[in-house]
Design a protein around this ligand. Structure first.
Ligand SMILES: Nc1ncnc2c1ncn2[C@@H]1O[C@H](COP(=O)(O)OP(=O)(O)OP(=O)(O)O)[C@@H](O)[C@H]1O
Ligand SMILES: [Mg+2]
Length: 238
């Protein structure tokens, strides 16, 4: 369950990052607790860059990042993954030459619980994947691939799951199903979620709090229920 008053899982202070010396994320302060935290913003606002920086896949230029109270500003991504930061990238996220079950097994290389047990839990959440378990991931549909990528991250028993536009390009039925799953992952498994989204309407239905990112800066952080259409429009300006 959401515990907005609880201790922060992830804290960023003055986080800056970018590419080839060009700053994209321009000094973000962030405190994410055991909640669904949506990061909204227009194309190019920096959502993917922010999530990749939080997952330690892009080095920060300055600032401090703390996970579960420990400084992970310079911790390698494989170690933050092992400590409990799961990451599902905007694109790809599956090994196309491997089967669904093999993809999930790779996620299960992190953590102590039996892989079979964890895989059954993923199949419980995404029953379609049980049927597709022996199919090569490269032959899956877009929606099925998203489920595998998400399932693989869940196999790591994350404390915090970073989801980068998990429903982009999917049909409405899949979009609805995926948002229900996001709520289920948070409510029944107690996983904190940072969700980068273009689809503000959908994100606001599942989020506890929201950050509107504008040109790499936090335009606002607000309870999802308090966000006004005017604020959203203003934050989406380029
Ligand atoms: N690998 C890269 N090298 C150089 N610049 C990049 C790279 N990736 C992203 N950028 C730039 O960083 C800025 C932010 O991009 P980012 O992908 O983080 O935005 P986004 O909010 O995720 O957009 P979208 O909604 O389209 O996914 C953009 O100006 C983009 O051109
Ligand atoms: Mg993106």
């Amino acid at each position: 369950m959401s515990d907005p008053s609880g201790a922060p899982i992830l804290e960023a202070t003055g986080l800056r990052s970018g590419y080839h010396g060009i700053t994209v994320i321009k000094g973000i302060d962030l405190e994410v607790r055991n909640e669904v935290f949506a990061v909204l913003g227009a194309n190019g606002a920096g959502k993917t860059t922010l999530l990749a920086t939080l997952a330690r896949l892009i080095p920060s230029m300055s600032g401090v990042l703390r996970f579960l109270g420990e400084d992970v500003t310079h911790t390698p991504a494989f170690e933050t993954a092992a400590r409990g930061i799961g990451y599902v990238p905007q694109e790809k996220g599956v090994f196309t030459d491997l089967t669904v079950a093999e993809n999930l097994t790779i996620g299960g290389m992190i953590g102590d619980r039996a892989v079979d047990e964890r895989m059954s839990e993923v199949f419980e959440l995404f029953p379609d994947l049980a049927v597709l378990r022996n199919q090569v991931a490269g032959t899956l549909s877009g929606g099925e691939s998203r489920m595998v990528a998400c399932g693989r991250a869940l196999m790591q028993d994350p404390t915090l799951l970073l989801l980068d536009e998990p429903t982009a390009g999917l049909s409405p039925l899949y979009v609805d199903m995926f948002f229900e799953k996001i709520t289920e992952i948070h409510r029944t498994r107690g996983v904190g979620i940072i969700l980068a989204e273009q689809n503000a309407t959908k994100a606001l239905q599942v989020a506890d709090r929201v950050m509107v990112l504008s040109l790499g800066e936090a335009f606002l952080v607000e309870e999802a229920g308090n966000l006004t259409t005017e604020q959203l429009k203003e934050g989406y300006r380029i």
